[in-house]
Write a protein that binds this ligand. Sequence first.
Ligand SMILES: *Cc1c(COP(=O)(O)O)cnc(C)c1O
Length: 497
Amino acid sequence: MELLYKSTRGGESQVTASRAILQGLAGDGGLFVPERIPKLTAGFRELSGMSYQETAYEVMKLFLTDFTEEELKHCIRSAYDEKFDTEVIAPLAKVGGAYYLELFHGATIAFKDMALSILPYLMTTAAKKNQISNEIVILTATSGDTGKAALAGFADVPSTRIIVFYPKDGVSPVQEKQMVTQKGDNTLVVGIRGNFDDAQSGVKKLFGDQELAEELSRAGFQFSSANSINIGRLVPQIVYYVHAYARLLENGELKEGEKMNVVVPTGNFGNILAAYYAKQMGLPVGKLICASNDNKVLYDFFRTGTYDRNRPFILTASPSMDILISSNLERLLYRIAGEDAGKTAELMGLLGTEGVYEITGDMRDRLADFCGYYATEKETEEVIGRIYEDSGYVMDTHTAVAACAFEKYRADTADDTRTVIASTASPYKFTRSVMEVIDGEACGGMSDFELIDELSRISGTKIPNAIEEIRTAPVRHKTVCETHEMKQVVRTFLGVE
Ligand SMILES: *Cc1c(COP(=O)(O)O)cnc(C)c1O
């Protein structure tokens, strides 16, 4: 049965999955959502015998109904291959009464790889299906992580180009090195003189530039976006929750039908929304525990029903969760409003003008599956240190926020349901923060790479390729520009002058 996508704000007609992927954002400013959440068709016994790739097909075919079996399997095969450093793609580690679902075994050792390794293939397939012969040019502004994951995903994918702008002095040295050493003739990385907001508004301007769009179209190009509100990023994220459940069944950790709780370290609300969709598909998920750092907008929202972004932005050691506007929450609002697009548009309007909105009592009632917890910087450090002491397992700062939320939830509720904690980054990605907790004294004089060696020694884990590579990789991208030069940089790279 065909599944179509509609906007959360109701101002647009329904489109196919491939159209929604190409378009990214709906024309009325809303997000695309499926007209209904499909139910899993494979039984859990069947699923528990499946590889990650097979599970991906079982789940994604239900959402991307205008892709043929061959097309979808090709996308899945191309994405989940040797780019991952383990055949199982998303392993589970049992530590301290929970199961850590390690989503960091891809090309850039963070969970964004789970979706960004397949998005380029979904996009090029979608373009073909819609008779688009232009090359797709992905344009992104990044504060570090997403840019690299998008570069790694799109590098050398035929019929695509990718251009990433980052604030020249606004990312960590390791992040910058990761980006400027990016291989692939279709990639361009540009430092801009300005901060992340300057990069972001520069990119928005390019997207809205009609003259540029026409020039590009004449030369056979069109812009697209890889950001986290694209349905092509959300759907692949449902897969690992289904797969994790099936693994736990297979290993006898769960009985069929028994529930599993999930804890997700949350920023833009994409990862946890995928778990919610998995539950709606019929996966026996109990509680969805949303973990925040000191930027605890979501914690307050789940406790009070009021979303209020009017507060200071706090820089933490879990930077990918330093977010005050969680874009994907709009999809949840739409759902708990009973698919009322008018209500959703009203709340989003208030968020734009006042920075705050309050949901109705009925909407709150439909949030019963969720609960919010948060961890302070001190608590996060404490958890990293203690779990390492107790078990030898080293986790990154984002995962530690979730581990802390899990402990608080258990202490509050005594709910002993089996629990999966989404582990969103390798500790090698945030080595300094992690090593300062574990061995603060030794860290003082050490360089980033010395710390990496030390982490490998004390944890007994192999240094990921993503890190080994950049130690010696040559710098391939040296362009730095002012924000007003961004348009010309794009033209030059695409040869449309
Ligand atoms: C992006 C990211 C998150 C937040 O995920 P959302 O889907 O935006 O909620 C958490 N941890 C890490 C390491 C990330 O890169």
